[in-house]
Design a protein around this ligand. Structure first.
Ligand code: MN
Length: 237
């Protein structure tokens, strides 16, 4: 049954969407995938060996997206709320079992994003062999700046990636240091899931993740791509 034929018991929730830079159009979000441990120095700071692991993935709900410039409430149920600055890939075409040489054809564009993490809940889940949703897939956990279209930007393979909290640098690296490049991420992810227009892929964070407190101001960016900023509300509710 299509949406046009269905009669709903209440008004369906709005479709999440993200700004596209330089246009008034919006990118409709279908799914949000994330890559775990995709920079060696971050893998090490999380106690993992970056040499041996193929990429692995987790997900966030599509309605976790938040626009740059937002003020966020400190999330529920955590005492260790972390920032992870990341390059985000926006998918514009279906892709399944992609080949490395043609994988980028399914990319609509790129954005700067932050994979917000309730680190205490993530580590508790990880260490007890349980799912990561409580640590990663919570409300407002996927801030993202406007998407830049690959048709104009090309496909960035290097450029500084950084994040500051209250003006102090916390994360500073280069997207050239990704263990699994964007085409390789697309190859691996498309062996597990059929990629579709509207999918976002957070490609992993470099070292320097750390705690965010009420009242903090975050800004970050990727050279040549854009910047993102967030403000944390003053007080725990
Ligand atoms: Mn991450």
């Amino acid at each position: 049954m299509t949406t046009n034929e269905a009669s709903f018991v209440f008004t369906p929730p709005d479709r999440p969407h993200v700004a596209v830079a330089g246009t008034t159009e919006r990118f409709p979000v279908r799914r949000i995938y994330c890559v775990g441990r995709n920079y060696a120095d971050h893998a090490r700071e999380m106690g993992a060996n970056p040499e041996r692991e193929p990429p692995f993935f987790f997900a966030k709900p599509s309605d976790a997206v938040v626009a740059s410039g937002a003020t966020l409430a400190y999330p529920l149920a955590t005492r260790n709320f972390h920032h992870e600055i990341e390059l985000v890939v926006a998918v514009g075409r279906e892709g399944v079992e992609l080949e490395r040489d043609s994988a980028l054809e399914c990319v609509y564009g790129y954005a700067v994003g932050i994979d917000l993490t309730r680190r205490d809940l993530q580590l508790k889940a990880r260490d007890s062999g349980r799912p990561w949703e409580a640590g990663k897939g919570f409300d407002e956990s996927a801030p993202i700046a406007p998407i830049r279209r690959a048709a104009e930007l090309g496909h960035p393979t290097s450029g500084a990636i950084w994040l500051k909290v209250n003006g102090q640098t916390r994360q500073s690296a280069d997207i050239a240091q990704l263990i699994w490049s964007v085409p390789e991420v697309l190859v691996h992810l498309s062996r597990l899931f059929v990629l579709k227009p509207g999918d976002l892929i957070y490609t992993g964070t470099p070292a320097g993740v750390g705690a965010i407190e009420p009242g903090d101001r975050l800004n970050g960016g990727i050279a040549g791509l854009g910047e993102i900023e967030l403000t944390m509300a003053d007080k725990l509710a």
